[in-house]
Ligand binder design. Structure first.
Ligand code: NAD
Length: 445
């Protein structure tokens, strides 16, 4: 009989929503009581759009695709969040990711609500022409559900600057005569993208990790300089994390992509890794490195582990075997609540997604502002502003964690199910802001 592991059970459709609710409850029990109705507002998405559309494929066959766009909350501003193209896209996960965007925007203090979207497709098996047709048709089906002041998409798994160009172009054709650049972020710089946006998520991950370590929050690790690092995922985010961490003095000893990972305890030559991946379409087989499965990569003996690919990667099935001192969630939702509990038990620190990968939406906000004002900022201006925002978010989250820890003994026994951690402290800050603004605005009408 097949053994049902937590990974199996957590990869089903409801697990993402369950994770969001558990994490929400972990924070709610640590803040002043909120009106029940307001809690419900925070728990459920504001708007869910599902579209189904036909695409003529390169071989002239017709295939039907399904896509979603969810706006979780718009209390702080227009919806903001990525569009992903992946076979595992499902409405529950997209909704959970939209909620995470709401918390992230509130914590990092950008005037957006949370949104997310996706199309069920295997981008790796589609031609560029097919991807263009899918993107255009998806965006045209969404119609006025997206817009510079309503809901603003950005790149995510298996979407990139090219995809965002098609998103912009489609919307622009449908709304000609306006300055439509602010409808989407993560565009190429020549099309109104911000310099530094492509690297922003990875750069923010590294800024957050460096600052968190410097505050003495990771036992046995005083700096990224000299630290050993393993990274799952070598895409837009993972590759930039590797490069930036190396610039900060870390030794990147393992990286992976969808086909598996490579390890070199002496430290990988990242230029070689990138060139090999470009030539062979995979990392596996790079001379001088040892191959590893994706599961094994997560269990590598290192100081810092950076999941930068999919969600549900560290759960009960493997949390016990993780050896890193610090896990930095570059991906969204890579650790389950049970995983959090087990990691805390082992004394492993987690820098949560809400904080660690907020650099992407931060520079997306900078891009949106530049588009509305017809401006183009310099790279150092973008990076300085990003650094300031990330460091501040780390500071306030750590401060809140310490305050909450002092109060922890006052909680009723039932609420102690999950340990207090930085994820909860960051979410507490985000929720308090959302509740305050919801009350200030009042329930309409
Ligand atoms: P990407 O498509 O550029 O890269 C994804 C990478 O993950 C690729 O290297 C792919 O080979 C790898 N991958 C896929 N399946 C894998 C598996 N089973 N095991 C190991 N690796 C696997 O996507 P990205 O933009 O780098 O996004 C990565 C993560 O970061 C996602 O969780 C995304 O939600 C999150 N994120 C991205 C941004 C952004 O600005 N792009 C912002 C915040 C969070």
């Amino acid at each position: 009989m097949e053994q049902v592991t937590e990974k199996n059970s957590e990869s089903n459709n409801s697990s993402a929503a369950t994770m969001t609710n558990i994490n929400l409850d972990r924070a709610l029990c640590r803040i002043a009581p909120i009106h029940k109705g307001v809690v419900e507002v925070l728990r459920y998405p504001k708007r869910v759009v599902t579209v189904t559309f036909p695409i003529e494929m390169d071989d002239s066959s017709v295939q039907v695709f399904k896509g979603f766009r969810v706006v979780h909350n718009r209390t702080l501003g227009p919806g903001k969040g990525g569009i992903r193209f992946h076979p595992d896209v499902d409405l529950n996960e997209v909704s959970a990711m939209a909620a995470l965007m709401t918390w992230k925007c509130a914590l990092i203090e950008v005037p957006f609500g949370g949104a997310k979207g996706g199309v069920i497709c295997d981008a790796k098996k589609l031609s560029s022409h097919e991807l263009r047709r899918i993107t255009r048709r998806f965006i045209s089906e969404l119609g006025d559900n997206i817009g510079p002041y309503t809901d603003i998409p950005s790149p995510d798994l298996y979407t990139n600057e090219q995809t965002m160009s098609w998103v912009f172009d489609t919307y622009d054709v449908m709304h000609s005569g306006n300055n439509n650049r602010a409808v989407v972020t993560g565009k190429p710089v020549s099309l109104g993208g911000s310099v530094g946006r492509r690297e922003a998520t990875g750069r923010g991950v590294c800024y957050a990790a460096r600052h968190f370590i410097a505050k003495g929050m990771v036992q046995g690790l005083s700096s990224l300089n000299g630290a050993t690092v393993a990274i799952q995922g070598f895409g837009n985010v993972g590759a930039v994390v590797a490069e930036q961490m190396q610039c900060m003095g870390a030794k990147v000893i393992a990286v992976s992509d969808s086909q598996g990972g490579i390890i070199d305890d002496a430290g990988l030559d990242l230029a070689q890794v990138t060139a090999y991946k470009r030539e062979h379409g995979s990392l596996i087989g790079l001379p001088g490195t040892m191959s590893a499965t994706n599961d094994a990569l997560l269990e590598v003996d290192c100081d810092v582990l950076v999941p930068a690919a999919l969600s549900h990667q560290i759960c009960t099935h493997n949390a016990e075997r993780i050896k890193a001192k610090l896990i930095v969630e570059a991906a969204n939702g890579p650790i389950s609540p049970e995983g959090d509990r087990m990691l805390a038990g082992k004394g492993i620190q987690v820098l949560p997604d809400i904080l660690a990968n907020a650099g992407g939406v931060t520079v997306s906000y900078f891009e949106w502002v530049q588009n509305l004002e017809n401006q183009q900022w310099e790279l150092n201006e973008v990076n300085e502003k990003l650094l300031k925002k990330i460091n501040k978010a780390v500071d306030v989250s750590v401060e809140r964690l310490k305050l909450l820890a002092a109060d922890e003994c006052k909680l009723p026994e039932d609420d102690h199910g999950y340990p207090l951690d930085l994820r909860t402290a960051s979410l507490v800050i985000a929720l308090e802001k959302l509740v305050t603004v919801t009350e200030q605005r009042g329930i309409w009408p």
